[in-house]
Design a binder for this molecule. Structure first.
Ligand code: C2E
Ligand code: MG
Ligand code: MG
Length: 430
């Protein structure tokens, strides 16, 4: 495959569709079109510089070439986008297998030198002839639509089906509505209290985005955060969250509450380093006790590219932020890098906490994470506490901080203020 011709991508596109036409004319089995897009392109540019791009792409092409069969055909059709023809398939399952094989070419577990590609993630869109179209241009279009859906729904592989067009339009509409919601200040920040388990004092709060859409009603963050992450909208959304949370924190400090706030960081911004510049700028506006600002990064986000993540984390720490690893226990971390992560806090996923009173295995996991965190001089937060028994047990196990519906649900800023005032006179929860 000749990847030097990024500029000539339209020529390559034509070559691909012509070739596909030949395959379609001469095949009586299924033919798959796989469109592969490296999904972490900003990070690649940030880390290696654009000049590095051609060499990387050549290496990626070679890796793809080496992985396909003699009867397949692959070509680069755009910046970071490759198209592959896979003939002779018996069913959709085989198409998925062919796609997975291509994905492994760019996986982080790959040994050197492929890891050097810096291309650790890709998404695939697949369409099959004659199932989805029997004409080359239409088939490629369907594979591209499947890729769009993969991006919007945060999946790594989508095979086209009758629903794809509808789902892509739904995601586009959601993105447009979200863009407007950001512009029109329709997003809100809710605060979920965190309690110091050992002293029963309020420790702070986690800032959680809420979208009460006039048009759609409430939309869950799990639905719109992936859409934001796959577009440029994640930047203004994160800036809004940080800015609002920092402003609230100033207010609480002014009112004599010695508490902090934690903001969730999206994985995409962690990988391209954009978050460092953003935080630096916001810190010049808000003059706060920086040690009280915590940034939550999910374990699986860190695992996407651990070296770059650690690098960004160090820069965030240099700015004075505390760092917390969110949803700990679900992201398949390994001890080989754990010791190098500059985190101040581990946040145990609610999956383990929810049922720990009834399930000894979950209890052992929670106990082990607490021990691990303390060994590394980190604090431990348990999230998802829904009853008094769990809170009691966590206290006994030496957990530092607790968060969950039993303490309080996420509250609007006004309700959180009232909650803070009420807590001064309330009975201890423990
Ligand atoms: P997360 O950071 O792990 O946030 C905790 C989630 O658990 C929140 O859901 C919270 O409402 C929920 N939760 C808290 N206590 C309990 C409990 O006792 N039981 C149960 N079952 N759930 C509890 P939410 O607000 O729906 O957020 C879901 C996820 O969306 C968050 O998970 C976070 O990954 C993401 N998210 C939320 N706000 C933001 C944001 O501003 N920026 C980014 N990048 N992600 C956000
Ligand atoms: Mg969180
Ligand atoms: Mg969490």
């Amino acid at each position: 495959m000749n990847s030097a011709a990024v500029q000539a991508s339209s020529t390559n596109y034509d070559e691909f569709t012509n070739k596909l036409g030949e395959y379609l004319a001469n095949n009586d089995q299924l033919v798959a079109v796989v469109i592969l897009e490296a999904s972490n392109t900003p990070r690649i540019d940030a880390r290696f510089g654009r000049s590095h791009r051609d060499a990387q792409l050549a290496a990626l092409s070679d890796a793809i070439d080496a992985s396909i069969r003699d009867t397949d055909f692959a070509i680069q059709i755009g910046d970071y986008t490759f198209a592959v023809i896979v003939p002779g398939l018996k069913n959709k399952g085989h198409a998925t297998l062919a796609g997975r094989k291509l994905q492994r070419v760019v996986q982080p577990e790959m040994p050197e030198p492929k890891r050097d590609l810096g291309l650790v993630e890709c998404r695939l869109g697949i369409a099959l002839a004659p199932l989805h179209a029997d004409e080359a241009l239409a088939l490629v279009k369907r594979a591209q639509l499947a890729l769009e859906l993969a991006k919007d729904s945060n999946r790594d592989l989508v095979i086209y089906d009758d629903d794809t067009v509808g789902q892509v339009s739904v995601a586009w509409e959601l993105r447009d509505d979200l863009a407007e919601a950001i512009r029109e200040s329709e997003l809100e920040v809710f605060y979920q209290p965190k309690l110091n388990v050992q002293t029963d004092e309020v420790y702070g709060a986690e800032a959680l985005v809420r979208w009460f859409s006039v048009k759609r009603g409430p939309v869950a963050p799990d639905v719109f955060i992936p859409v934001a992450e796959n577009s440029e909208l994640i930047q203004p959304l994160t800036r809004y969250m940080l800015n609002t949370a920092m402003r609230s924190m100033m207010m609480w400090q002014r009112d004599g509450h010695d508490i902090g706030v934690a903001v969730n960081l999206p994985s995409s911004m962690l990988l391209d380093g954009g978050i460092v510049t953003m935080l630096e700028a916001l810190l010049t506006i808000w003059d706060l006790d920086k040690g009280r600002l915590t940034l939550e990064l999910t374990e699986s986000a860190l695992m996407r590219d651990i070296d770059t993540s650690i690098d960004t984390m160090k820069r965030l720490k240099d700015l004075g932020a505390r760092l917390s690893i969110d949803d700990f226990g679900t992201g398949y971390s390994s001890f080989s890098y754990f010791k190098n992560i500059p985190a101040d806090e581990l946040k145990i996923d609610k999956f383990f906490v929810n049922n720990m009173c009834n399930d000894m295995a979950d209890q052992h996991i929670v106990e082990t994470i607490i021990g691990l965190a303390h060994r590394f001089k980190m604090k431990v937060v348990a999230e998802g506490i829904e009853d008094a028994a769990t809170l009691e047990l966590l206290k006994k196990l030496g957990c530092d901080i607790a968060q969950g519906y039993h303490i309080a649900k996420p509250l609007s800023e006004k309700d959180y203020d009232s909650w803070l005032d009420a807590r001064r006179y309330a009975q201890p929860l423990l």
